[in-house]
Design a binder for this molecule. Sequence first.
Ligand code: ADP
Ligand code: TYD
Length: 204
Amino acid sequence: MGAPGRFITFEGIDGSGKSTQARLLAEHLRAGGSPVVLTREPGGSPGAEEIRKLVLEGDPDKWSAETEILLFTAARRDHLEKTIQPALDAGQTVICDRFADSTRLYQGITRGDLRGLVDQLHSLMIGREPDLTVIIDMDPAKGLARAKGRQGTEERFEDFGLELQQKMRAGFLALAREFPDRCRVIDGDRPMDSVAADVASLLA
Ligand code: ADP
Ligand code: TYD
């Protein structure tokens, strides 16, 4: 068997430009001849996409933070088994829009300190960290305005508002300090192409 592929994740607050940058990086690598699987969380496999609907739609109080940790981790386990691991084993680069760092923050710090629980379940059921995590840093008010501009039905977390986004931004920057080997912070408040060039340079 050949070398395993690289596992790259994008993290950051809602509207920071993760999906855009994940797509641009995939296009860049494919143009250079690398096979790439572009995927996202929650979701990325048929079963995990079903769980996505359960967690992202409806009343913000629908699930407790503890139940959410179980649901997001269940979705991630399916995604890892069915999509991520097979692609890495086949030597493909996997680019994933959000991964376990989002659970560490959204479920880990927004409603009390549940970070320990998130990490325990992660090591029991996932046990895999990305090779590279690109954290797109963004002013929360601008990120929220961008995210709201999309007008979808997946608003459970966007409805938490600006205060949560501010906590998340600080949390992502703290995660970058906690995991300096795999995390890189990129300023997302610039034209898309400038951000994309910086992201691409991380892999050069
Ligand atoms: P995320 O996945 O982090 O929520 P998206 O990539 O979906 O963010 O971007 C949110 C919105 O902002 C989209 O409408 C997108 O076209 C726009 N956008 C993304 N990056 C930039 C940028 N650098 N400058 C201006 N608008 C952007
Ligand atoms: P996403 O579709 O990436 O939203 P956006 O494009 O607005 O950033 O993710 C949807 C929401 O799911 C987002 O508000 C963050 C939340 N989320 C969690 O709360 N925990 C998780 O583990 C993941 C992966 C996402």
